[in-house]
Design a protein around this ligand. Structure first.
Ligand code: ADP
Ligand code: ADP
Length: 223
């Protein structure tokens, strides 16, 4: 579902963020992306979101070569990639329902379908009863689950998360990880950038480890 082939990203002569990174993630696989600050994790996620383009090599998602994608196609590709942020980026001037509905409204989905799909997403994260509330009234863990519902509301085959448990205590973090596991079990490919060593070890999943832009573990192909 996700493939990096010898991907190098150089921002300028002093900043090479990724060096010949190669790996594949299959449909339904859940993996962690680890490494110290500055190792290249955000850059790798940005290449998948087509916020940056590789300097060399290929990034392929669902058979699509992202580096050859014309600009006008980028919004369509992004619909296939759900993203969860550490600070969840919810809007506090609208309800939980309306926050989750946002991606569907952008796509022009009919109100009936929006209602059905938003409630299905809220049900998956256990927040169906809180659809009318303002995110401000929710706990940190619940807010993060609203962010996850929004990321999966259009059923993307790929889910990316950037430090999704950064502000949560261990119990809530485990709940969030359980949700990610459930999505992977229904075929979503999940890649989670995280520093949370205890949590990652408890999960016992594949770890892609970056060090100064090189993939030093988890690539499975000798890189
Ligand atoms: P991480 O997410 O692991 O902290 P980043 O991908 O943010 O790592 O950064 C990797 C390297 O690339 C760092 O040396 C960083 O300073 C550099 N870098 C990131 N973004 C830019 C940019 N827009 N311009 C120049 N250098 C950048
Ligand atoms: P994080 O640790 O969350 O990646 P940073 O402060 O490293 O946060 O980066 C914030 C933003 O600045 C990111 O979009 C990153 O790509 C960009 N950035 C990081 N390093 C540089 C750099 N040396 N020059 C320009 N932009 C950079």
């Amino acid at each position: 579902m996700i493939e990096f082939r010898q991907v190098t990203k150089r921002y300028d002569s002093d900043h090479t963020a990724l060096r010949q990174v190669s790996f594949q993630l299959e449909r339904g696989e859940l993996a962690f992306l680890t490494g110290h600050s500055g190792a290249g994790k955000s850059t790798l996620l940005k290449l998948l979101m087509v916020m940056e383009r590789p300097t060399a090599g290929d990034v392929v998602v669902g058979g699509q070569h992202l580096n050859r994608l014309p600009k006008r196609q980028i919004p369509y590709i992004r619909r296939h990639i759900g993203v969860v942020f550490q600070n969840h980026q919810l809007l506090f001037d609208r309800t939980v329902f309306d926050n989750v509905a946002m991606p569907l409204e952008v796509m022009g989905v009919s109100p009936t379908d929006i209602g059905r799909r938003v409630r299905a997403a809220l049900d998956k994260v256990g927040l169906l009863k809180k659809e009318k509330m303002n995110p401000m009234q929710l706990s940190g863990g619940e807010q993060q689950r609203v962010g996850i519902a929004r990321a999966v509301v259009n059923k993307p085959p790929v889910l990316l998360a950037d430090e999704p448990t950064g502000n949560l205590d261990p119990d809530l973090s485990a709940d969030i990880m359980h949700l990610f596991t459930q999505f992977s079990q229904v075929g979503v490919t999940v890649l989670i950038a995280s520093h949370d060593v205890a949590l990652i070890n408890a999960m016992d999943r594949r770890q892609l480890t970056l060090e100064q832009g090189r993939l030093i573990a988890g690539g499975h192909s000798g890189h």
